[in-house]
Write a protein that binds this ligand. Structure first.
Ligand code: F6R
Length: 651
């Protein structure tokens, strides 16, 4: 029997009880890959069944980042396992209004790029709302779209993503349960989410044509998928609140054949995951106990050591009390656990008993590599720790994984080139450099997309110079600064390629050369562009490749989070306190990244500068520790250790 990819941390008898807050069946998968395969295979099975009956099948399809892996798996099934799409008829959910189908941002383009160009579906079976019909024909077009769906017997399987507004299709908050295919106004949050792909908010269309809620609910079977932490909040709201028009996805609760397929990150906020003690009996592991105590302390606004039996009982934690004797015992255990995460010695404290310290004391001087996905993540996310590692005498290397070139404004690149030109002229030197000439020409042209290969070289060099300044400021010698320029990143667009052997080999080589005792890497799966995620996957793969090396058994991988989120306190395994001076020094290191100051081209919707985000986050962590009853620090950087199953569990 094959192992189910669905994760259930709970004994099956408790499953029903633990899901009682959820009004829709939710399957939680280890990762997006596993969940997407599950959906693709369910679709493939349905297609084959219909083929055996000599019938067509009608699929309702979605676009966006969520279904990409489903389409990839369907293409693989077609190419490697003879899955034919001859009997498949498709209807897409939506299309931006005002975009011609040739536009790379159109959903027409997306569907062909990810699916239709790679399978044997007859062209006439494909239906996608048109974004370029004249306004006065829209109503008729929408009416006809509905009729076409009905003429083909209705949708058999509908797949959906979910927007942060809770939209399904482009049915934004306020959409009526009875709505059918129509022209709608996009919500501002939805436009913000699309702004990076369009290269600026002003480029994002204001309207779209979308199937309605009623159209979606008429499908016989529905799968909604959500991957990643940024979907956790809306997933919870959409399955745990009662149906309402403010969160259109809640209407799915009225369908009897709907399933959510989500990954562990998107499940984070579900009551059964976040506060499982509210839903039923729990297996009180040390991790869960710590999570519950931190939750309780925040809830009753008392430091851990002041929590009483009554606090536990009144907050639904009497089961925990019953298992662990009394509040005093639990408080002490959790307090000590958290206390042991705090250390001023990120590379381990030499000549001390390290039993209760996050890092090993030996060797006293360690080889450390800090991997930085973009050229500024090292200082933004762990600048204070970086400074300390160097000061404490470790052989610190920093490896910038990608060039980060697309995040430089074209006007900045032009300024550098004109400086170079002026300098050459001042010395009466004739510049005979093809990159310079081509880049300058592009930057002075009217081209809408100025990210030509040459311009990207210039932009990459700008970021390289900034990274060198910041790393030198943190005390590194140039020989310890490495630029991997991983090829997967070099698309010139927000959307990156998948990683290849070249990316893995560059990483393997560096690890081999340095043989680090500790590696720091961005474990930030909330990165909206996915670059951090890919960079981490490459590191995981490199570790796997090297796992038989003796030194690898003792090579610890510490994860930090990028500029977007911090770990929950109960997840932190090493917290490095920063003094006010250290925090200021960290800020100065971040300042070195001048091209990212004020407003970088892709800052997401957060208007704060990177140094502000970093400081707010590090101060908030220190404040949370303080409220739990620990010493008051100015700020703290946080890490979590990733343990490979082939590494010894103990120090
Ligand atoms: C796409 C669509 C939208 C997306 C939603 C999530 O056809 O109708 O509802 O499914 O905006 O987008 P991603 O998957 O990019 O997070």
């Amino acid at each position: 029997m094959t192992k189910s990819p669905i994760i259930s941390k709970y004994p099956s008898t408790l499953t029903y009880q633990l899901k009682s807050f959820e009004n829709i069946p939710v399957d939680i998968f280890e990762n997006a890959e596993a969940g997407s395969k599950h959906i693709a295979q369910s679709i493939a099975l349905a297609i084959r069944r219909k083929q055996q009956m000599g019938k067509n099948i009608v699929l309702g399809l979605a676009t966006g980042s969520s279904p990409i892996r489903v389409y990839k798996e369907l293409v693989r099934l077609h190419k490697e396992e003879n899955l034919s799409f001859q009997n498949v008829i498709t209807f897409n959910l939506d299309e931006y209004f005002g975009l011609p189908k040739e536009d790379p941002e159109s959903y027409y383009y997306f569907m062909h790029e990810h699916l239709f160009n790679h399978i044997d579906i007859p062209k006439e079976n494909i239906h996608i709302p048109s974004g370029s019909i004249p306004m006065d024909q829209v109503a008729k077009f929408c009416d006809n779209y509905e009729k076409q769906i009905q003429l083909h017997g209705g949708i058999d399987i509908q797949i959906l993503g979910i927007g942060r507004t809770g939209h399904i299709g482009f049915n934004e908050p306020g959409s009526d349960q009875k709505s059918i295919t129509r022209l709608i106004q996009l919500d501002n949050i939805t436009r913000q989410d699309a702004r990076d792909s369009f290269g600026g908010i002003e480029e994002v269309p204001y309207k779209a044509i979308t199937m309605g809620i009623k159209t979606i609910l008429s499908a016989r079977e529905i799968y909604l998928m959500a991957w990643g932490q940024h979907k956790a909040e809306i997933v919870k709201l959409s399955v745990e609140s009662t149906p309402n028009s403010t969160i259109p996805a809640t209407y799915l609760q009225m369908h009897d054949q709907v399933r959510y397929c989500i990954d562990t990150a998107a499940a984070e906020k579900l009551t059964r995951v976040e506060t499982p003690w509210k839903v039923g009996s729990c297996d009180w592991t040390d991790d869960l106990t710590c999570k519950a105590v931190v939750w309780l302390s925040e809830r009753v606004k008392k430091p851990i050591l002041k929590l009483t039996d009554e606090d536990y009982n009144k907050s639904g934690l009497s089961e925990l009390m019953a298992e662990k004797d009394n509040a005093y015992q639990i408080n002490l255990k959790v307090f000590n656990r958290l206390q042991h995460t705090i250390t001023g010695w990120p590379g381990g404290k030499p000549n001390t008993d390290d039993q209760n310290r996050p890092e090993r004391s030996m060797p006293a001087s360690k080889n450390s590599i800090i991997f930085s996905p973009h050229p500024d993540d090292d200082v933004i996310s762990m600048g204070g720790t970086f400074l300390r590692l160097v000061e404490q005498g470790h052989d610190v290397h920093v490896a910038y994984q990608t060039s980060g070139n697309i995040a430089v404004h074209s006007h900045d690149a032009l300024r550098f080139l004109e400086f170079y030109k002026d300098l050459a002229e001042a010395g009466s030197i004739k510049i005979d450099n093809a990159v310079f000439k081509k880049a300058l020409k592009t930057l002075l042209s009217d081209a809408k997309d100025k990210n030509s290969e040459e311009v990207r070289i210039v932009k990459g060099l700008i970021r390289k110079g900034e990274a060198i300044s910041a790393a030198r400021f943190c005390g590194l010698k140039d020989k310890n600064i490495h630029f991997l320029n991983l090829p997967f990143y070099e698309t010139g667009k927000i959307k990156k390629n998948s990683f290849t052997e070249a990316d893995i080999q560059a990483t393997v080589q560096l690890l081999q050369n340095i043989k680090p005792h500790q590696v720091f890497a961005a474990g930030d799966l909330a990165d909206p562009h996915g670059t951090h995620r890919i960079c981490l996957e490459i590191i995981f793969e490199a570790f796997e490749r090297l796992k038989d090396e003796k030194w690898m058994k003792n090579c610890w991988l510490w994860l930090y989070r990028g500029a977007w989120h911090e770990y929950n306190i109960n997840e932190i395994e090493m917290a490095i306190p920063l003094s006010p001076q250290e925090l200021l020094k960290k800020r100065k290191a971040i300042y070195m990244h001048q091209s990212q100051k004020d407003s970088a081209p892709f800052p997401g919707e957060d208007e704060r500068e990177f140094w502000q985000r970093a400081e707010h986050r590090n101060k908030a962590t220190a404040e949370t520790y303080r409220k739990l009853g620990f010493a008051e620090y100015e700020a703290m950087e946080a890490f979590r250790r990733y343990k490979f199953d082939w590494q010894p569990a103990k120090k």
